[in-house]
Ligand binder design. Structure first.
Ligand SMILES: [Zn+2]
Length: 140
């Protein structure tokens, strides 16, 4: 009996682990709050970006070179933050959709299960580390 139990437990610990609905719900809560967080940050950054542009338009006439240089830098930083937040928000939304579809936790590239440790750190990850690296190489 005991031996048998150990074997079953050993099999269960393999890579084809299915999530309980409780775990799925937990992930959903994490992803939702992540999405809401990013959404709020994005809205704030967008408003800030808008303010920067307004100030710029209003001030442009009296600017000397140094002033307009630092403003350009500020605006660039703001729009790159905006882009990053938008990407992350989209990613979190995408992960939620995959959770609903039942494909969450499997890599979109190679369809192997994504290591749990990676998902713990990046709950919105939809690719394994290898496929992510490949994608980034292709994108750049
Ligand atoms: Zn992969």
């Amino acid at each position: 009996m005991l031996v048998n139990g150990a074997i079953v437990a050993g099999k269960g610990a393999g890579s084809v682990k299915t999530r309980s609905s409780e775990e799925t719900e937990q992930i959903r809560v994490i992803l939702r709050s992540r999405f809401d967080e990013l959404n709020a940050e994005y809205e704030e950054a967008a408003a800030q970006n808008h303010r920067l542009r307004l100030v710029e338009i209003g001030d442009a006439a009296g600017d000397d070179q140094a002033d307009s240089g630092s403003k350009t830098a500020e605006r660039d930083a703001a729009s790159s933050l905006l882009r990053t937040l938008l990407e992350r928000r989209t990613q979190a939304e995408h992960a939620l959709q995959r959770l609903d579809a039942g494909s969450y936790g499997n890599c979109e590239g190679c369809s192997h299960p994504i290591p749990v440790e990676r998902l713990e750190v990046f709950p919105s990850a939809t690719t394994c580390v290898n496929c992510k690296a490949v994608r980034e190489r292709r994108a750049s």
